[in-house]
Design a protein around this ligand. Structure first.
Ligand code: AMP
Length: 269
């Protein structure tokens, strides 16, 4: 497609408003909008939900068309990973933090599929959600390190009206678990509020968030971390905008969410 700019939105499908917001952003960035739907086996660990992952290609096609997608790429598993496929991408630092601790092979799977899709689609822009903050950071780094001539664009988290971050996995939640899942966004909002009113100790913020999450039924914390927004390394004092990220199992469903904590601006200096 010579002379046209291409924006690309990779997804695993079962599209929701979060995905649509990325498509709308992509639409604004370039002449042609390409999206993909591929439930990538390489990013699921043993015992994770690859088989159960929700799929609805017909509805997705209609939603993508409505969102202005020009080309919807829906490859089969054996087209991208034929027999004897054996090349995988690793990264030294960012995958060691947050989700990488409990999902040690996840980001290798993500980087591998994204690099393959970049080479197939050849976009000028690629849009990723800040909902998967660590993934966005890792993709930015991979794109830079591997000299992909692609601008990576981040898009804000889209939430349900009550605060729950939209996710294809929310479908797994029972009505009661759905209520419990609200503890994630509530814990983040409380932390933002505390920082706005002067709390600067990460340990205190984390402890409060842990209490908020464990006080509701069926929750098990994977991590609650406050870290540097670039390196993801833990910080102990909120003396600049930092990342607060969490992963929580609600029943069997692992959910993630995050926000930026910004200390109040010091007007005296
Ligand atoms: P997934 O289909 O879950 O792999 O997500 C595909 C893309 O959509 C990724 O870049 C995600 O970060 C992004 N995404 C998923 N949920 C949301 C959300 N609630 N808000 C914004 N972007 C999202």
């Amino acid at each position: 497609m010579q002379g046209f700019t291409i924006a690309f939105v990779p997804t695993m499908g079962y599209l929701h408003e979060g995905h649509i917001s990325l498509m709308e952003k992509g639409r604004q960035l370039a002449d042609v909008l390409i999206a993909s739907i591929f439930v990538n086996p390489a990013q699921f660990g043993p015992g994770e939900d690859y088989d159960a992952y929700p799929r609805n290609p017909q509805k997705d096609s209609a939603l993508a068309q409505k969102a202005g997608v020009d080309v919807l790429f829906m490859p089969e598993k054996n087209q991208l990973y034929p027999e004897k496929y054996e090349t995988y991408i690793t990264q030294s630092n960012l995958p060691r933090f947050l989700c990488g601790l409990s999902r040690p092979t996840h980001f290798t799977g993500v980087m591998t599929i994204v690099a393959k899709l970049f080479n197939i689609v050849k976009p000028h822009y690629a849009v990723f959600g800040q909902k998967d903050y660590q993934q966005l950071a890792i993709i930015r780094k991979m794109t830079h390190d591997l000299n992909f001539d692609i601008k990576i664009v981040g898009a804000p988290i889209v939430r349900e009206p009550d605060g729950l971050a939209m996710s294809s996995r929310n479908k797994y939640l029972s009505p009661e678990q759905r209520r419990s899942a609200l503890a994630l966004s509530r814990a983040l909002a409380q932390a933002q509020q505390s920082v706005a009113t002067g709390e600067i100790r990460a340990s205190a913020l984390i402890e409060t968030a842990q209490k908020t999450i464990t006080s509701v039924r069926e929750t098990a914390i994977d991590y609650v971390v406050i870290g540097d927004p670039e390196t993801l390394e833990e910080v102990s004092v909120i003396d600049r905008p930092v990342l607060m990220a969490l992963a929580v199992k609600v029943g069997q469903t692992r959910l993630i969410d995050n926000c930026i904590l910004s200390p109040p601006v010091d007007k005296t200096s």
